[in-house]
Design a protein. Structure first.
Length: 116
């Protein structure tokens, strides 16, 4: 399974970006799909996940600024990020968990830079 992420870039504080990720290859049923991020010198952390029943989970720091969504094929996930802050600067990684054995996959990462 390959995860292709796109949509990162540089914005000023208060701006918006939309990340996209599409899975391809030998895909099983999706259990969860979403985004993690890793800032320089920090551990990777959850941003948002969407589950097979369409339930969503957000990290506390999102504070209503981000919205995760998926398409009907369950192969793509999107993250609309509004009101971006400099502390949102990080590499954002697409993540997917598949099948009865919960196989996990990671995308290559896309850089988001928010300037003050």
């Amino acid at each position: 399974v390959q995860l292709q992420a796109s949509g990162g870039g540089s914005v000023q504080a208060g701006g918006s970006l939309r990340l996209s990720c599409t899975a391809s290859g030998n895909i099983f049923s999706m259990n969860a799909m979403g985004w993690y991020r890793q800032a320089p010198g920090k551990a990777r952390e959850l941003v948002a996940l969407i589950f097979s029943g369409s339930r969503v989970n957000y990290a506390d720091f999102v504070e209503g600024r981000f919205t995760i969504s998926g398409d009907n094929t369950r192969k793509s996930v999107f993250l609309q990020m509004n009101s971006l802050k400099p502390e949102d600067t990080a590499v954002y990684y697409c993540y997917r968990r598949d099948g009865p054995r919960n196989y996990e996959y990671w995308g290559q990462g896309t850089l988001v830079t928010v300037s003050s």
